[in-house]
Design a binder for this molecule. Structure first.
Ligand SMILES: NC(=O)C1=CN([C@@H]2O[C@H](COP(=O)(O)OP(=O)(O)OC[C@H]3O[C@@H](n4cnc5c(N)ncnc54)[C@H](OP(=O)(O)O)[C@@H]3O)[C@@H](O)[C@H]2O)C=CC1
Ligand SMILES: N[C@@H](CC=O)C(=O)O
Ligand code: NA
Length: 427
C-alpha cells in the first residue's frame, strides 16, 4: 500500500461531478486499502469558479485548464463537463501529457472514441468510460473483460433513463409528455439539452459505444439509426397495453451476416418480457454471446450518485493500474472493419395506427396496399370512429423495413387515408 496520494482533477461539478466529489469524500478513509493509495482531488474545473458550491472547498475551484494540464502531480483527469468541445481538446492534451483519463462523456466517446483510445495507447495511459453507457450499470468493463471470450451477436437494452422515466409516467400515471420531461430534468436524469434524450441521440451514442466493443469493429454515432419518443401518443401506450404490450425506447445492436445493425427507436414489447418491467430511470442491457448465452444487466442509468458510482470505479481501477505500473493495459479492441447494415434492410413487425375515411372498402384498400408491397398482416383492429373518420390499428408480420416504407408512402398519398398517426416497431 502506497501512502503518497494519487492526485486527480475533476473537470465539471454538475450532477455527476458533485456525485463523484461526495462519493470520494464518503470513501476517503477506505481508499488506501481499496485503491492502494489515498485519492486526492487537487483541482476542480468549472465554467464559473466564483459561483458558491455548498460543501466544496473553494480553493479547489478553477476556471483555468492550464492550472490542471501544467500540474505534473495530477495523474488522473476526470472529465465530467459533457459535450464535444472543450472536452475533446482537454482529453487529448491530458493524454499527450501522459495523464490518465476517466470520462462519462458518451457524446465524445461515440464520435472520437477510436482516436482517443489510440492516443491513450500511444502514451500507455488508461482511458476509462464506464459511466458513458447505462450510468451505474457495469457494461463496458464486462464487455471488454469478463465476456471477452465470447462472440457477442446481440445487445438490446433500455439505455436512456430520461425517456424510460417519461414513458413510465405516461403509462402508469397518464402524465403528459412535457410534465414527465420536466420532472426527469428536475431529478438530474436529462442531459443539459434534453433533445438528446427524447430524440434517441443519447441512447444512440451508447449503442455505438457498446457495439464497437462487443463486435470489435468501430461504430460511431453517425452509423446509428435514431428515432425518439416525441411522436408517441397516450393512445398508443393505451392500445399497446390492451394488446398485452409495453412501449419502450430500445437500443439494438446485432452482428449479422449482412453487417452490423445499430438502431434506437420505440418498440412494443410483450408485457411479460423482462425489459417491460424495467421502469422509471432504470436501465437494462441484454447481451447474447455464443458461450455466455443470455445475460441481463440492470440498474440505475442516470443520476448523481449512480453515475458517480461508475466514475469512481474507473478512478479506483486507474489508481490501481498507476500503482502497478500497468496503465494502458486494456486499449482499443476494434480490430475488424465490419459494414453497417442499412435501416431499410432490417426486419421487424410493425404497429401502424392510421386515421382513415369511415366508409366501406377502406379496410380492403389499406390491406390491399400493404399486401401489394409484401407486407402481410397479423392483426387489424378498428378503434375510435366518428361519422367521418375511423382509426385503424394494424400489426404486421415480420417484413423488411423498405417494404413498410414503400407501403406507407403509397398510403399517405391516398385520399381515404387522412393520417398515418403512428408507426412503431414491434418485438
Ligand atoms: N446526469 C447524468 O445522470 C449522467 C450524465 N452523464 C454524462 O456526464 C457528463 C456530465 O453530466 P452532468 O453532470 O449531468 O452535467 P451538468 O450540466 O450538470 O454539469 C456540467 C459541469 O461541467 C462544467 N462545465 C461545462 N462546460 C465547461 C467548460 N467549457 N469549462 C469548464 N467547465 C465546464 C459546468 O460548470 P458550471 O458549474 O460552472 O456551469 C458544470 O459544473 C456528461 O458527459 C453527461 O452526458 C453520464 C451518465 C449519466
Ligand atoms: N440523460 C441520460 C443520462 C445518462 O446517461 C439518461 O437519461 O439516461
Ligand atoms: Na455503465
Amino acid at each position: 500500500m502506497a501512502n503518497k496520494p494519487i492526485k486527480i482533477a475533476l473537470l465539471g461539478l454538475g450532477t455527476v461531478g458533485t456525485g463523484v466529489y461526495k462519493l470520494l469524500s464518503m470513501r476517503a478513509d477506505d481508499m488506501p486499502q481499496i485503491a492502494g493509495a489515498p485519492i486526492e482531488i487537487s483541482h476542480i474545473l468549472v465554467r464559473n469558479a466564483s459561483k458558491p458550491r455548498s460543501g466544496v472547498e473553494t480553493a479547489l475551484l478553477t476556471d483555468n485548464w492550464n492550472d490542471i494540464i501544467s500540474d505534473p502531480e495530477v495523474s488522473i483527469v476526470v472529465e465530467l463537463m459533457g459535450g464535444i468541445e472543450p472536452a475533446h481538446t482537454y482529453i487529448k492534451e491530458a493524454l499527450q501529457a501522459n495523464k490518465n483519463v476517466v470520462t462519462a462523456n458518451k457524446d465524445l466517446i461515440a464520435v472520437h472514441g477510436g482516436e482517443l483510445l489510440d492516443l491513450a495507447e500511444e502514451h500507455h495511459c488508461d482511458l476509462q468510460f464506464e459511466a458513458s453507457v447505462a450510468g451505474a450499470i457495469p457494461i463496458i468493463h464486462p464487455l471488454k473483460q469478463s465476456l471477452a471470450g465470447n462472440r457477442i451477436t446481440e445487445i438490446m437494452g433500455i439505455v436512456n433513463g430520461t425517456t424510460n422515466y417519461i414513458l413510465t409516467r405516461m403509462t402508469e400515471d397518464g402524465m403528459e409528455f412535457s410534465e414527465a420531461l420536466a420532472k426527469a430534468t428536475e431529478l438530474g436524469y436529462a442531459e443539459a439539452d434534453p433533445t438528446a434524450d427524447i430524440e434517441g441521440y443519447d441512447a444512440g451514442r451508447k449503442v455505438a459505444i457498446m457495439a464497437s466493443i462487443a463486435f470489435h469493429s468501430r461504430v460511431t454515432f453517425d452509423d446509428v439509426f435514431t428515432e425518439g419518443i416525441t411522436n408517441i401518443q397516450a393512445r398508443d401506450i393505451r392500445y399497446a397495453k390492451e394488446m398485452g404490450k409495453a412501449v419502450k425506447l430500445l437500443g439494438v445492436a446485432c452482428n449479422t451476416d449482412e453487417g452490423i445493425e445499430v438502431r434506437v427507436h420505440p418498440m412494443l414489447i410483450p408485457s411479460s418480457h423482462p425489459l417491460a418491467t424495467v421502469n422509471n430511470a432504470f436501465n437494462a442491457v441484454f447481451v447474447h454471446g455464443d458461450a455466455l448465452d443470455d445475460a441481463m444487466f440492470m440498474g440505475r442509468g442516470a443520476g448523481e450518485l449512480p453515475t458517480a458510482s461508475a466514475v469512481t470505479g474507473d478512478i479506483i481501477d486507474t489508481a490501481r493500474n498507476i500503482l502497478m505500473h500497468c496503465t494502458g493495459r486494456i486499449g482499443c479492441t476494434c480490430y475488424k472493419k465490419l459494414p453497417i447494415k442499412k435501416m431499410e434492410d432490417i426486419k421487424s413487425k410493425y404497429y401502424l395506427r392510421l386515421e382513415v375515411e369511415n366508409r366501406m372498402g377502406v379496410l380492403a384498400g389499406v390491406t390491399g396496399v400493404l399486401g401489394n408491397n409484401g407486407v402481410s398482416i397479423s392483426q387489424v383492429l378498428q378503434k375510435a370512429s366518428d361519422t367521418d373518420s375511423a382509426e385503424l390499428v394494424v400489426i404486421t408480420d415480420t417484413v423488411r423495413e423498405r417494404h413498410i416504407r414503400d407501403a406507407l408512402t403509397i398510403l399517405s398519398n391516398m385520399s381515404m387515408v387522412h393520417k398515418i398517426a403512428s408507426v412503431i416497431r414491434v418485438y
